[in-house]
Design a protein around this ligand. Sequence first.
Ligand code: SF4
Length: 314
Amino acid sequence: MPVISLKEKRRQYDVVIVGSGAGGGQMAYVLTMEGMKVLVLEAGRMFDPVAETAMFQTWDMAPLRGVATPDKQKDFYDASIESGWEIPGEPYTNASKDKLRQFNWWRQRMMGGRTNHWGRVSLRNGPYDFKTRSRQGIGFDWPISYDDLAPWYDKAEMLVGIFGDSEGIENSPDSSPGVLLPPPKFRAGELLARERTKKLGVSVVPVHRAVLTERQDAQRVPKKLHPGNKKAQRLLAENMQLRHKCFYATACHRGCSIKAAFDSTSVYLTPALNTGNLDVLPNSMAREVTLDKAGKADGVTFIDKTTGGEHHAS
Ligand code: SF4
């Protein structure tokens, strides 16, 4: 019973994850494929991208012709539930009163989190981004380098399905051969821009995006990502076969019911749930990571948003 109610929560899990979006979803995928029993606490409600995506609705079918409201802060069809710059009951503050120094963060409370409505642009951090203190005197140097992370970028890109070209651009690393899907052909305006900017020394290249321009290779990729793990290979291959290639005609921020665009539910959580090792508990807002006597994390205290009751998962 993977999407559970509070009563069905086990007494003990190997891992408790807070959030089902880009980070939580991938962590749940990796750990459950390796056999761990995992609980994901999701602050929002369940969301089915296949059944609930308003891919083909037109504006005249929406209230007020789809204009944004406090509940739907982008537009009526945006794949955002309980989301926005401001969410009732979840105060958000900035240290500075100066608008130019403020950082605003769109929050989203639903299965799959913000992966449901983003633009799918998927660039790697480059070598310089790991060493900003040494190079520019700002921030901190990471204790690892780009080269340490590069093989993991390859794996993530193969799993997610990213299109793009390898262009050799400074600090915008290429992927290894065989990782990226081909980019869509340039349209007339893009061809013109590429031609005219050449003499200025400006490259016009396809962006890297998490959208399938062709079906993923369900024979090759699962074996590469899960060597020696037949169950994981089978579950990933089955999930890849549920995803179709993009037909370039609908608004990706509404979601993608054919699963061409990446979202956490379609790509990470569905195969993770199919392992039988994952429970997802919706409407559960994490409040505190609890520690044992040695000061190590031993669980998460959370609020059941439907009752206001406080509970603990470990
Ligand atoms: S990825 Fe393609 S098919 Fe899916 S919503 Fe975007 S344009 Fe439409």
